[in-house]
Design a binder for this molecule. Structure first.
Ligand SMILES: [Zn+2]
Ligand SMILES: [Zn+2]
Length: 327
């Protein structure tokens, strides 16, 4: 089953009488205010999600403590932004699992999915289901995270507020039946198995930091300092950075930027978001041609994730790569 088509076809339209003007720009589709999704009413915080996000942000703020600064931690954070963020989220969760913009061997697909989990952005199936729902209803009321409801809602509010439908069996049936045919993804759903994968990867990085610190510093005190530093930089700072990169695609690029295509939503292209999210900021191009594995459609629209996919294709690891129809 595939719920993704080349055209964005919101199945629910907002009530025009409820819409009013706002200050979100003048090009493309007239910016409108839309109500929050009905299934989020009355608003209720999901404390398990909120607490984890508060904790990871608090840990990231420890990067300002000089004692916890190590160059190895900083370098690992930067490398991790590419390794986990780009391969896991943009190439894996998004272009491969959500839109099937290319195919690859099962072992590689599962590897991308595991790397995606290491970004604390939910399980592959839940992420994909929510994102497919976003494409179906983009910037209309059922859209789970449209910034036209409010910018903060589109960025992070939707993550920490209860949405009655997102965990229902029928939601999974409707949006990710294809994915859940694979027992690998089903196992990650059960008992929140995916979350333990995230915890395990964080523990491994912290442990590796301790061993590295002992080897270069020669003392237990240095081992502890490096372990803490690698946790703060290579896990917390990197995770928070990737989180806000992904969230900015949902919020910023549905509000600010230019449009190459007249789509039925308010999606836009923004170079800064594209830079920090490995090409995902060319979001208007993406909404116009969701299945395309290439999001940068003009020569200056640099799309690093595309170059990774193109390289995988060259070495025979990616097949059936969907290219955009360009004028
Ligand atoms: Zn979008
Ligand atoms: Zn998408």
């Amino acid at each position: 089953m595939s719920t993704i088509t080349d055209e964005t076809k919101p199945s629910a339209q907002t009530d025009e009488a409820e819409l009013g003007p706002n200050d979100m720009g003048t090009t493309g589709r007239d910016p409108q205010r839309i109500p929050l999704p009905e299934a989020t009413q009355p608003l209720k915080i999901v404390w398990s999600y909120a607490a984890v996000l508060i904790l990871i942000h608090a840990a990231a703020l420890l990067a300002f403590v000089p004692y916890l600064f190590t160059w190895s931690g900083v370098i690992l954070a930067i490398l991790g932004h590419f390794f986990f963020g780009m391969l896991g989220i943009t190439v894996g969760y998004h272009r491969l699992l959500t839109h099937r913009g290319f195919t690859c061997p099962r072992w590689l697909e599962h590897t991308f999915a595991i790397l995606g989990i290491c970004n604390l952005q939910d399980s592959p199936a839940r992420w994909v289901a929510i994102h497919r729902m976003h494409h179906q209803h983009s910037d209309h009321q059922p859209d789970p995270h449209s910034p036209l409801a409010s910018f903060l809602w589109g960025h992070v509010g939707w993550v920490v507020c209860r949405h009655r439908d997102l965990d229902s069996t029928s939601h999974y049936e409707r949006y990710v039946r294809d994915l859940l045919r694979d027992p690998f993804y089903l196992k990650l759903e059960r008992y929140r198995g995916w979350f333990f994968v995230f915890v395990a990867h964080a523990a491994l990085i912290t442990l590796a930091g301790g061993i590295y610190g002992y080897l270069v510093g020669g003392s237990a005190a240095e081992a502890v300092r490096f372990a803490a530093s690698w946790y703060v930089w290579a896990v917390a700072v990197r995770t928070v950075f990737v989180l806000h990169g992904t969230w900015a695609v949902n919020s910023v690029t549905h509000v600010i930027g230019y449009r190459n295509y007249e789509t039925r939503d308010n999606s836009r292209n923004h170079w800064l978001v594209a830079l920090f999210s490995h090409g995902e900021g060319w979001h208007n191009n993406h909404h116009a041609q969701p299945r395309s594995a290439m999001h940068g459609h003009r020569w200056w629209e640099f799309d690093m994730s595309w170059w990774v996919i193109a390289t995988l294709e060259k070495v025979g690891l990616a097949k059936d790569v969907v290219r955009p129809k360009l004028d």
